[in-house]
Design a protein around this ligand. Structure first.
Ligand SMILES: [Zn+2]
Ligand SMILES: [Zn+2]
Length: 457
């Protein structure tokens, strides 16, 4: 009798176990396929559908679920241009704990973007060796909360807020008054957060601008850029989480961008940073934390004090260094605007090869191109290795000294017959205005006559 299992007890234990397993599922797709596997499991789910769904939502989104849910619910309820007190709060998850299908769909969509951005943030701001997030639980939660709060801010006071607050036929006076009102609403929103929370938001905002600046084709030596281009303001004004698409596909993904300046430009200029700074000033806080102080969100930077393998400079350390694991961040698909400027002499304007050079360099991913330069290493760089961590200056010098040689290699690889070298090499003036000369001789080489020093370095 000792081994006999009581049927009632067995069924209870199994139901308990099944419910526990359901609660640990990582996302809604898993939940849907699991509950459809058997009628028994489906029945267990039906006993506690709301709490199981909420557990899976926590597994998917993490500890920032209250902030994420506040964003999706305010957006879905179209609470545009409302004072912060009239928005749903971060405690809405306690007040209305049942997640609707619409809540779930919206959570799945935004959490995917936010997680991808977290990985990018971790790669750029914590551990340059890994493209997947290495943030601790506390760091990750701070990043995600800030990201969802920024997204909420844009959803309520951004492009949709403008359309709900400003009539297309408004005169200047009405627009000015709407602008003042909008600023006051935005300031009220930021005023509802503690100063450390504002610092986290400010840091994420700067990080997102860096991604947009990269897509705009800024020279990698300037990343992160502090520029405030209209494109970057507009992107943050519409949907900051979509910056992940800018990272992947460049600025072309901003389809709503209207190049005709309208009054709306005054609404997205300084959209976030303007009111946020006003709140900090009111609190008598510095606009930016001193660089020698711990910066927001990240508690510990991996390899923070690493130096450049070549120059050992103490001005560029840790996250400012470039190696095989982060070359791919160096530039986006607007590369061709800046890469030609890294060519020596006048060869970037060579009439015969310019277009092909731009095509080849644009089609070659950054990590492949920089890695490829090492295959053409000149004797002066004998001690330089692919695995080195280089500061921007050393990397730029290395690229300048090898880019033309690498390109000549690409021409040879595609079967081009390379003609004799022009004596003036990359410095030749004639290559830029006489096609026949540019075609007749090779200019992707060192000058042996005339001005032997490169002209545009
Ligand atoms: Zn260096
Ligand atoms: Zn020439």
């Amino acid at each position: 009798m000792g081994n006999t299992v009581h049927p009632m007890h067995s069924s209870f234990a199994n139901a308990d176990l099944v419910e526990c397993v359901l609660r640990f599922l990582p996302d809604f797709q898993c939940l849907a396929s699991t509950i459809l596997t058997s009628k028994t499991i489906y029945n267990v789910f039906q006993q506690h559908p709301r709490s199981v769904v909420r557990s899976v939502a926590y597994n998917l989104v993490g500890l920032a679920l209250p902030q994420a849910l506040r964003f999706v619910r305010c957006q879905n309820a179209q609470l545009y241009s409302k004072p912060v007190g009239e928005l749903l709060g971060e405690d809405d998850i306690q007040k209305n704990p049942v997640l609707s299908n619409q809540d779930i769909r919206s959570l799945v969509a935004i959490s995917t973007s936010v997680q991808e951005l977290e990985s990018l943030f971790s790669w750029r701001m914590k551990d340059r060796r890994f493209k997947t997030s290495q943030l601790s639980l506390a760091e990750s939660t701070r990043f995600q909360k800030a990201m969802y709060r920024l997204s909420l801010f844009s959803a309520v006071y951004g492009h949709n807020g403008y359309e709900s607050a400003v009539d297309p036929d408004s005169d200047q006076e009405e627009i000015d008054s709407a602008l003042t009102e909008a600023f006051s609403l935005r300031k009220g929103f930021f005023g509802s957060f503690s100063t450390p929370e504002l610092r986290d938001i400010q840091r994420v905002e700067t990080f997102l601008r860096g991604i947009i600046a990269r897509a705009e084709g800024f020279d990698f030596t300037m990343i992160p850029s502090a520029t405030y281009s209209p494109e970057s303001s507009f992107m943050l004004y519409c949907a900051p989480h979509n910056v992940v698409d800018v990272y992947k596909g460049g600025l072309d993904c901003i389809t709503e961008w209207d190049f005709d300046p309208t009054e709306e430009i005054f609404f997205h200029d300084q959209f976030m940073i303007g009111p946020l700074k006003t709140v900090l000033i009111d609190r008598k806080e510095p606009l930016l934390l001193p660089v020698n102080q711990k910066q927001p969100i990240i508690d510990e930077i991996v390899g923070e004090h690493d130096r450049c393998s070549q120059c050992q400079s103490n001005t560029a350390q840790g996250l400012d260094l470039w190696g095989p694991s982060n070359w791919s961040y160096l530039w986006g698909n607007q590369l061709h605007h800046s890469i030609a400027q890294l060519l020596k002499g006048r060869v970037g304007a060579n009439l015969a090869d310019r277009t092909h050079f731009l095509t080849v360099s644009q089609e070659t991913p950054a990590e492949e191109l920089v890695g490829g330069l090492f295959d053409y290493k000149t004797p002066a760089y004998l001690t330089w290795n692919k695995a080195d961590w280089l500061c921007s200056q050393c990397l730029e010098k290395f690229i300048r000294d090898h880019l033309h040689i690498w390109y000549l290699g690409q021409k040879i690889n595609r079967g081009d017959v390379i003609p004799d070298n022009c004596w003036y090499g990359y410095n030749c003036r004639t290559q830029t205005h006489r096609l026949a000369h540019a075609q007749k001789l090779n200019h992707w080489c060192e000058p042996i006559k005339g001005d032997a020093t490169p002209t545009n370095v």
